[in-house]
Design a protein around this ligand. Structure first.
Ligand code: ATP
Length: 319
C-alpha cells in the first residue's frame, strides 16, 4: 500500500447560506428531499490546518488549542480546537472532522492508499448549530485537503470518490465541497452550479441560540411543500433579478425553527428595520441573512445591530 503524501496545509471552511430552502418530500428511508439555492460567505469561515501526526509530535510544538482529542486504547488522529466557538464543538467522538478522516481513510484504502495518522487544527470561528453548516464546511475542507494528498495520476478519481462518499457525513457536505453558488436538490447530492451570481452585500446575524437541526425537522408540519420556481439556467445577473426570484421562494424550516427559537424572528425583524432589502433564516437557523442595496447600507445596518445587540454574532460579506 502506498502512503498518501500529507503536507502541512490549511484551508478555509466558509459558511453556507441557504438563500431559499424548500422541503418537498421525504423518502421511505426518512431522508428529506430538499431544493435549495446556496451561496458561500468567504468572510465567515472556520479554518482547518493539517499535518501528519508524527511530524507534529516530533516538532515539539505546544498544543495551542482549548481542546484536543486522543484515542482511548490506541493511536489516533489528533484534533485541536481553538477559536471563539471552540467550546460548542465536540472534541472527541462526534466531531465531523474526525468522521471525515475516517471516511477518507476508507475511500483511500479502495485506491490502495494508506492515510497516516493526522494532526488537525480547527479554528472555530463560526457559531455552532447555527444553520450555516459549520461542521459540514469543516468536514468538506478536510476532505478537500486530503484529496490533494493523493498521487497526481489518481487525484481526480480520488477526489470524485471523496465527493460521492461525503454525503454519508451529512446532506450539506457535498455542497460545501463544491463551495460555489448552486441549486442543490435530492437529499443534498445533486448540485447544479450557477454560472452567474451578482455580488451580494450581505449581513449574517446569529442571535446566540443554538438550534438542533433534527429538532426542527421533527417539528415540521408539512414535508411535501410546493417546489421552488425554476432557477434560470444562466443564474442571476443582478441583485434585482435575485431578489425577484427570492420573493417567490421560502425557507420551509423557518416556522418550526421560529417556534423553537423566537430569536430567529427578532433577528430577521432587526435586519429589516436596519434597511435590509430582504432577510431570511438560513438552514435550520438561527442565523438570519440580510441582503442590502450596497455595502454602505450593509455596514450601517451592522453598526446599528451590533450597538443594539452586543452579544450577537455578525458577519459582513464581502468583508
Ligand atoms: P446544518 O446547517 O448543516 O444543519 P448547522 O450549521 O446547523 O448545520 P453545525 O454547526 O454543523 O450546525 O453543528 C451541528 C452539530 O454538529 C452540533 O450539534 C455540533 O455539536 C456537531 N458538530 C460536530 N462536528 C462539528 C464541527 N466541526 N463544527 C461544528 N459542529 C460540529
Amino acid at each position: 500500500m502506498q502512503a498518501a503524501a500529507i503536507a502541512h496545509s490549511r484551508r478555509m471552511a466558509p459558511a453556507k447560506v441557504n438563500l431559499a430552502l424548500h422541503v418537498v418530500g421525504r423518502r421511505d428511508d426518512g431522508y428529506h428531499l430538499l431544493e435549495s439555492l446556496v451561496v458561500f460567505d468567504d468572510s465567515a469561515a472556520d479554518e482547518i490546518g493539517l499535518c501528519p501526526l508524527d511530524r507534529a509530535l516530533g516538532s515539539g510544538e505546544d498544543e495551542a488549542g482549548e481542546e484536543s482529542a486522543a484515542s482511548v486504547g490506541g493511536p489516533a488522529d489528533r484534533l485541536t480546537v481553538s477559536g471563539r466557538f471552540a467550546a460548542g464543538v465536540p472534541a472527541l467522538k462526534g466531531n465531523l472532522v474526525l468522521a471525515a478522516i475516517e471516511l477518507a481513510r476508507e475511500e483511500f484504502a479502495r485506491f490502495d492508499l494508506h492515510l497516516p495518522l493526522l494532526d488537525v487544527a480547527l479554528t472555530k470561528n463560526l457559531p455552532v448549530a447555527a444553520g450555516i453548516g459549520g461542521g459540514s464546511a469543516d468536514a468538506a475542507a478536510l476532505l478537500a485537503l486530503l484529496a490533494e494528498a493523493a498521487p497526481h495520476e489518481i487525484g481526480p478519481e480520488v477526489g470524485k470518490a471523496l465527493a460521492a462518499a461525503s454525503l454519508r457525513l451529512g446532506a450539506d457536505v457535498p455542497m460545501c465541497l463544491a463551495g460555489r453558488p448552486a441549486l442543490v436538490t435530492g437529499i443534498g447530492e445533486a448540485i447544479r452550479p450557477l454560472p452567474a451570481m451578482p455580488p451580494l452585500p450581505m449581513l449574517l446575524v446569529n442571535p446566540g441560540i443554538a438550534v438542533e437541526t433534527a429538532a426542527v425537522f421533527r417539528m415540521l408540519g408539512r414535508r411535501d411543500n410546493p417546489p421552488m420556481p425554476p432557477v434560470p439556467a444562466d443564474g442571476f445577473s443582478s441583485l434585482g433579478d435575485l431578489l425577484g426570484f427570492l420573493a417567490e421562494t421560502r425557507n420551509d424550516l423557518a416556522l418550526a425553527a421560529g417556534a423553537l427559537a423566537p430569536e430567529v424572528e427578532i433577528a430577521r425583524a432587526r435586519l429589516l428595520a436596519a434597511g435590509a432589502a430582504f432577510a431570511r433564516m438560513s438552514g435550520s437557523g438561527a442565523t438570519v441573512f440580510g441582503l442590502f442595496g450596497d455595502d454602505d447600507e450593509r455596514d450601517e445596518a451592522a453598526r446599528r445591530i451590533a450597538a443594539a445587540e452586543p452579544g450577537w454574532w455578525l458577519s459582513r460579506s464581502p468583508a
